[in-house]
Design a protein around this ligand. Structure first.
Ligand SMILES: NC(=O)c1ccc[n+]([C@@H]2O[C@H](COP(=O)([O-])OP(=O)(O)OC[C@H]3O[C@@H](n4cnc5c(N)ncnc54)[C@H](O)[C@@H]3O)[C@@H](O)[C@H]2O)c1
Length: 378
């Protein structure tokens, strides 16, 4: 198959969808891979590294879209890319269709085959291509929290791990999923005293088993949150209710209970945030202060560490991309339920219920569309 890797042209996006290691794998399986010149620059991969791995370099994004059967990307295509997409071209990337009607209509019109990273789903309902970014954001949350806890950055002036004879910082983690677990591990490793709250008792039991002794687990409810925020130095918001806006677990009136210079990192800001006073910020201007409490609410935290994020993402996406290239999307999706769940739009037909519901668009069962491709095609 001919695979194309364009540069990401969305503002401030430095990740790339295939690394030189990925190029080597595609080549090993007999595929031809075209990479746009400088596509890997923001993540620290040079054109020479891509060429050595066996990629052909192309100067423009137009050439990449024109030549490829499958486009592998990181972010959803933006308006400038819409006209470049060809009928039946396979696009494997993050789409988040439900948040953009314009993008949905554009992909229907272009008659592309859209396989979305975020809806590839395992039998246990986990989302393997969202996990790596939650891992990055969870670990980063502590790094950022610790930074803003420093006095010159507006924080209380406390060292996360303390020193001999001085108590460490108290870190409260709301939500014990991927983000919360990674945040807790980092904070505990640096010597902080950590409390994780979740509403799932099985999850708390699991965390209690695997976490070190400086991590406590506590049931998440308003009473416990009100009590703990009074002595917390960093509060991490990592809750998720699938398909819904995050709940406001810390309301504005509760900020008064907290000590001046406390730092709140709302990782769940991409789902609306789990603190009432949160609003999305950027890496250029990541924090603001409300009632003497520092708020860090960057919606694309992994964007600040593109090298790590690219490797974390591509470690997860490459095996799926190889299946698609080796078998073609029809057969790969017929054989793998996980990949089939990633299909959102096929040749103008919406085959993902959530996208159809979001914009009241006709829904076609994905099996029906796959069956319509004759066995000769497969
Ligand atoms: N800002 C960023 O750059 C960035 C990056 C990655 C992920 N995220 C976001 O981080 C959030 C968490 O992601 P995740 O992968 O850890 O999700 P996850 O599903 O693995 O974990 C969410 C956890 O929240 C718990 N929860 C639900 N309601 C709760 C409540 N009221 N109190 C306490 N816990 C509660 C759930 O039981 C679950 O354990 C999501 O909103 C995700 O979109 C943001």
């Amino acid at each position: 198959m001919i695979i194309g890797v364009p540069s990401e042209i969305k503002n401030n996006e430095n990740r790339v969808a295939v690394t030189p290691a990925g190029v080597t794998e595609f080549r090993r399986h007999g595929h031809t891979i075209y990479v746009q010149k400088d596509a890997g620059k923001g993540s620290g991969f040079s054109n020479e590294e891509y060429m050595e791995a066996g990629a052909e370099l192309l100067d423009t994004i137009e050439e990449v879209y024109a030549i490829a059967d499958m486009i592998v990307k990181v972010k959803e295509p933006i308006a400038r890319e819409y006209p470049l997409i060809k009928e039946n071209q396979l696009l494997f990337t993050y789409f988040h269709f439900a948040s953009s009607e314009e993008l949905t209509h554009a992909m229907i019109e272009r008659k592309a085959v859209c396989l979305a990273y975020e809806t590839v789903e395992r039998a246990d309902r986990s989302l393997p291509l969202l996990v790596p970014m939650s891992e990055v954001a969870g670990r980063m949350a502590i790094q950022e929290g610790a930074k803003y806890l420093e006095k010159p950055m507006g924080g209380r002036g406390i060292l996360l791990g303390g020193v001999a004879g001085v108590k460490p910082a108290d870190v409260l983690v709301l939500g014990g999923g991927i983000v919360g677990t990674e945040a807790a591990k980092m904070a505990a490793g640096l010597g902080a005293h950590v409390t994780i709250m979740d509403i799932s008792l099985p999850r708390l039991r699991y965390l209690e088993d695997i976490m070190p002794a400086n991590v406590d687990t506590v049931m998440s409810n308003e009473y416990n949150i009100r009590r703990h925020i009074q002595h917390s130095d960093i509060i991490i918001g990592g809750v998720l209710i699938p398909g819904a806006k995050a709940p406001s677990l810390i309301t504005k009136d509760m900020l008064k209970l907290m000590r001046p210079g406390t730092v709140m990192v709302d990782v769940a800001i991409d789902q609306g945030g789990c603190f009432e006073t949160s609003h999305a910020t950027t890496h250029q201007d990541p924090t603001y202060v409300v009632d003497e409490v520092v708020h860090y609410c960057v919606a694309n935290m992994p964007g600040a560490v593109p090298y790590t994020s690219t490797l974390a993402l591509t470690n997860s996406t490459l095996p799926y991309a190889l299946q698609l290239a080796n078998l073609g999307w029809q057969l790969a999706c017929t054989k793998s339920e996980e990949l089939m769940k990633g299909l959102n739009i096929i040749n103008g037909q919406v085959v993902y219920q959530g996208v159809s519901d979001a914009f009241d668009l006709p829904y076609t069962d994905v099996h029906e569309v796959l069956d319509s491709y004759s066995s000769a095609d497969l």
